[in-house]
Design a binder for this molecule. Structure first.
Ligand code: HEM
Ligand SMILES: *[C@@H]1O[C@H](CO)[C@@H](O)[C@H](O)[C@H]1NC(C)=O
Ligand SMILES: *[C@@H]1O[C@H](CO)[C@@H](O)[C@H](O)[C@H]1NC(C)=O
Length: 349
């Protein structure tokens, strides 16, 4: 059932499922939310900890493999908290580099509140994302079973993986029902993201020029011709970016240009409704991978409704349609204004 494409036009209004939360449970979650906002997210900011908490949801949840199970091996438990419960093992896995920091920042919150680790990780990601204008209100379920063993290594995508490797991994995790365009929907998260460890000489290098806004700039800027390495690149998994200070992952670059996904990628540009709705849809399924939705309680109402997106979709200053690598053969590239001023450079977050 995970990641099922019900039709070309999904009604995201219909995704709310599960039992109704009881008042005491909601009160508990409101207390956790207040604590997180005050003491992890700088009073409700789309800050580095909000970005890292969102990344953590993916790295916990995606570690599930029916293919390994079919070979008689343990395939991981999905969104089961294993990345924090067995952090000494899992944060040592190469793709999880840097996540030890957010795991240790979240741990005191887990210790002082009464919520499972698996539930906490997904909840913190949803609250963190809610601080980013333009983000959807992400699903918050409670009642997941916590891990009793660590996930195996090798299940989290790396930026140096090919599109085929990434599509195959996501297809396995979503148990067969999969289309490569869902990768594009998932990668919307990279609109509020930066890299600390791809090039450790320039920690906090964002993937777009608006890492504090959940907008479509990530989709615009990844289509632009790469011209420079922001730090001492090339590093493994890194390709040239179009802007000083901006990091570009090889995987984002290739999936933006792959003929199975390029048109889907382009379709997010200048379509905030799509950015909002599609990520809301995939996060719902991602956040419960390996869990039985019928035993979970839907507490999404505790997640703040994010502010609307600020600004309009644009080319960064100094760049135009002439700088686009137009990879979608079917559809013209959207017409966008160019920001005024000297060529944009991006500050670390
Ligand atoms: C599918 C292939 C994906 C690959 C190869 C990938 C790879 C990466 C890499 C290399 C980084 C930088 C890490 C660092 O150096 O600090 C990163 C950051 C991030 N990723 Fe992904 N990612 C993928 C999918 C996703 C998905 C589905 C989500 C959804 C939750 C996500 C959310 C994030 C966020 C929010 C950050 C920023 C973290 C920060 O600012 O500290 N990624 N990703
Ligand atoms: C996509 O590109 C590959 C490699 O260039 C090619 O073999 C394939 O036929 C193309 N598929 C479509 C749908 O255009
Ligand atoms: C934006 O995306 C939605 C959902 O895919 C689609 O129905 C709508 O037509 C798109 N809007 C524009 C202006 O392209």
């Amino acid at each position: 059932m995970a990641f099922k494409i019900l039709s070309a036009l999904i009604s995201v209004v219909a995704i709310v499922q599960g039992a109704i939360a009881s008042p005491p449970l909601n009160r508990r979650l409101f207390a956790i939310r207040e604590d997180l906002q005050k003491n992890l997210f700088d009073g409700g900011q789309c800050n580095a900890e909000a970005h890292e908490s969102l990344r953590l949801t993916f790295h916990d949840a995606i570690a599930i493999s029916p293919a390994l199970e079919a070979q008689g091996k343990f395939g991981g438990g999905g969104a089961d908290g294993s990345i924090a419960i067995f952090s000494e093992i899992e944060t040592g896995f190469h793709p999880n580099i840097g996540l030890d920091e957010i795991v240790e920042k979240q741990r005191p919150f887990i210790n002082r509140h009464n919520l499972g680790v698996a539930d906490f990780i997904q909840f913190a990601g949803a609250i963190g994302a809610s601080n980013c204008p333009g983000a959807p209100q992400l699903a918050a379920f409670v009642g997941r079973k916590d891990a009793t063993q660590p996930a195996p290594d090798g299940l989290v995508p790396e930026p140096f993986h090919t599109p085929d490797q990434i599509f195959d991994r996501l297809a396995d995790a979503s148990q067969g029902e999969f289309d490569p365009i869902l990768t594009v929907w998932l990668l919307t998260a990279h609109t509020v993201a930066a890299a600390n460890d791809v090039d450790p000489t320039i920690p906090g290098s964002p993937f777009d020029s608006t890492p504090g806004v959940f907008d479509s700039q990530f989709f615009v800027e990844t289509t632009l011709q790469g011209t420079l390495f922001p730090g001492d690149g090339p590093n493994q998994g890194e390709v040239k970016s179009p802007l000083r200070g901006e990091m570009r992952l090889q995987s984002d670059f290739l999936i933006a240009r792959d003929n199975r996904t390029a048109c889907e990628w382009q379709s997010f540009i200048n379509n905030q409704t799509k950015v909002h709705d599609m990520f809301q849809f995939v996060f719902h399924d991602l956040s419960i991978l390996g869990q039985d939705i019928n035993s979970l309680v839907d507490c999404t109402e505790v997640v703040p409704v994010p502010k609307p997106v600020v600004g309009r979709t644009h080319f960064p200053a100094g760049l135009t349609i002439r700088d686009v690598n137009h990879a979608c053969a079917e559809t013209p590239f959207p017409v966008l204004p160019t920001d005024p001023g000297p060529r944009t450079s991006v500050a670390p977050v």
